[in-house]
Structure formats: structure tokens, C-alpha cells
Design a protein around this ligand. Structure first.
Ligand code: ACO
Length: 277
């Protein structure tokens, strides 16, 4: 159930999924200082919350998030260096570090508008699913600012440079279908299927061993910044660390079932369907 603890965010837990909902629909869920402070606290809590297997981030009303709050974050922040520093730091911590490198898999369920700074959590979530009619816009250029606060960085780490350049410099908006085509999101679905498709992906993730999943997602993200040789070294160490961290010993169990008991063929099952024997 919703915890009324937060003014600008709803947190609902159901069947292993924790739904984090930006909740300023009257301001199109623009990120004001209160919201980024609350999100930082929420993501710190979720990291060690046993009920949370998958995190879904979404928005109340017709907007996912209209980006940074132009009044409270920009104009008032300019006049108050302390607020500006704290809110910049909290935004970076929740949408950068905590969301991106969490042990829990995350899905951005994009239900509507995504502008400016809202690209950061869309790109940093592990997966993104959009409604086909969601609206995306790198609108910074229209406000006389660059796609800063990590927007340009997460963008080029997610989509190709041609699309990044085109949309950053023109500020042209695009819909969920286009977002899927340029792989800003994994896929786009009709609005009435958005929640069901998100739950289906979350359930698929929850079938995996959570420790193996955490190490896998962290490894895939971390190697992007490494040279080939660094990645080899890192992956060797990460794989070894997983053998100690995985208390269910998924690897040894899987090999035992495959080699000795002959009762586990994940590749074969994937081709023939779950009922294959
Ligand atoms: N910052 C502050 N307030 C905002 C923002 C924002 N980013 N976006 C919307 N609001 C407020 C509006 O000022 C308005 O407030 P009011 O009712 O007190 O006048 C309220 O939210 C509703 O906004 P409307 O424009 O009336 O809603 P509408 O549904 O017609 O349009 C839309 C929604 C398209 C999102 C429009 O509000 C918009 O273009 N917002 C700006 C989006 C943007 O460019 N964001 C990027 C900022 S730069 C950055 O993030 C780095």
C-alpha cells in the first residue's frame, strides 16, 4: 500500500515489485528539490529491502516527468546555492548512482511526457518500456541550456550519436514508438498494455536467482567504460566474487543438474517451450 511518508512520491509494494511513482501530476511530475531528496531516501531504503525484488519507476497522471522543475530547481536554485548544491547532488545520487548500480533490477515504465532531466532515470534504469503515445523531448536547447547534469552522457551511452545529436540540437519531440526504434527504450506497447507488459518483464526477472541477476546487471553496465583487457580482469574477479556471494550456489547446482542428473537444459527449453521434456 502507499506510504504517505513522502510528499511527492508514492511507494507501493506488491508481489515482489516496488512501484515508485513520481507524484506531482499537477506539475507534470517535474523534479523539484523535495522530490529528489525523497527519491534519494527511497532508493537508499529499497537497496536493502527484502520485499523489493524489482523496482518500477513511473509517473502519476499523464506525465512520466517533465524534467527539472524550472521554477524551484532552476530559478530558485540559482538564488540559493545551498539548495542548488543539495538538489543537484540528490538528483545525481538517486538517478545516477543508486538507480543505475542498484542490486535490484529496475524498469522505467514510461506512461507520458519525458523531458530534459527525466532522460537520466529513463537511461539509467536497466529497462524501459514506453506507451506508444508517450512523448519524449530533449528540450534543453529551447531553454538556452545544454543537456547537462549527465543528460548528454547517459544519452550517448544509451542511443547512437546520430539520434542523440539530432534530438539534442533540434529539441524535436518523438513518441514511444520512435523511442523503441532508436533503442532509448526496450519496446513500446499500446497504453492499455503498459502495466501488464511491465509486470510480465518483472516476473521474468524474478524467476532468476537475485544474486546472479544483480552481478550480471552490474557487470554489463560496468564493462562499458573499460578497455578490453580491463573488462577481462574485472569479469574474472566479478565472476569469482559471485561464486562466494551466491549462497544458493546456482552455478554448481545448474551444472550438477545438467551433467549428472540430466534434468536441466535451459537452451533446449528456450527453443522447445517450457513443457519440453
Ligand atoms: N518545471 C516546472 N513546472 C512545470 C514543468 C517544469 N519542467 N513542466 C510543467 N510544469 C507546470 C506548469 O508550469 C504548470 O503549472 P501551473 O499549473 O502552476 O501553471 C503545470 O505544470 C501544468 O503544465 P502545463 O504546461 O499546463 O501542462 P500541459 O499538459 O499542457 O503540458 C508539458 C505538459 C508538455 C510537459 C509542458 O508543461 C511542458 O512543455 N513543460 C516543460 C517541459 C520541459 O521542457 N522540461 C525540461 C526542462 S529543462 C531540464 O529538465 C534540464
Amino acid at each position: 500500500m502507499s506510504q504517505p511518508k513522502y510528499k511527492t512520491v508514492l511507494v507501493d509494494k506488491e508481489n515482489g515489485i516496488t512501484w515508485v511513482t513520481f507524484n506531482r501530476p499537477e506539475k507534470r511530475n517535474a523534479f523539484n528539490p523535495t522530490m529528489v531528496y525523497e527519491l534519494e531516501e527511497i532508493f537508499l531504503d529499497l537497496e536493502t529491502d527484502d520485499e523489493t525484488r524489482v523496482i518500477v519507476v513511473t509517473g502519476a497522471g499523464n506525465s512520466w516527468s517533465a524534467g527539472m522543475d524550472l521554477k524551484e530547481y532552476f530559478r530558485e536554485g540559482d538564488a540559493n546555492p545551498r539548495t542548488r548544491f543539495r538538489s543537484y547532488t540528490s538528483m545525481e545520487r538517486w538517478a545516477g548512482e543508486l538507480l543505475s548500480m542498484s542490486r535490484k533490477p529496475s524498469i522505467a515504465m514510461v506512461n507520458g511526457y519525458v523531458f530534459g532531466g527525466a532522460f537520466i532515470p529513463v537511461c539509467n534504469a536497466d529497462f524501459a518500456i514506453a506507451a506508444e503515445d508517450a512523448v519524449f523531448g530533449l528540450s534543453e536547447v529551447n531553454w538556452g541550456v545544454i543537456p547537462g547534469g549527465a543528460v548528454a552522457k547517459v544519452l550517448v551511452d544509451t542511443i547512437n550519436i546520430r539520434d542523440a545529436m539530432y534530438y539534442a540540437t533540434t529539441g524535436e519531440t518523438f513518441d514511444g514508438k520512435k523511442a523503441a526504434e532508436i533503442k532509448l527504450v526496450n519496446f513500446a506497447v499500446p497504453r492499455d498494455r503498459l502495466r501488464a507488459e511491465t509486470i510480465a518483464l518483472a516476473n521474468k526477472l524474478m524467476e532468476k536467482n537475485p544474486t546472479v541477476l544483480a552481478y550480471t546487471k552490474q557487470a554489463v553496465k560496468a564493462v562499458r567504460q573499460m578497455s578490453y583487457n580491463e573488462a577481462l580482469e574485472y569479469l574474472m574477479a566479478k565472476g569469482t566474487a559471485l561464486r562466494f556471494a551466491d549462497r544458493n550456489q546456482t552455478r554448481d547446482e545448474g551444472i550438477k543438474k545438467f551433467i549428472d542428473k540430466k534434468e536441466f537444459k535451459p537452451g533446449y527449453t528456450a527453443i522447445k517451450g517450457k513443457d519440453a521434456d
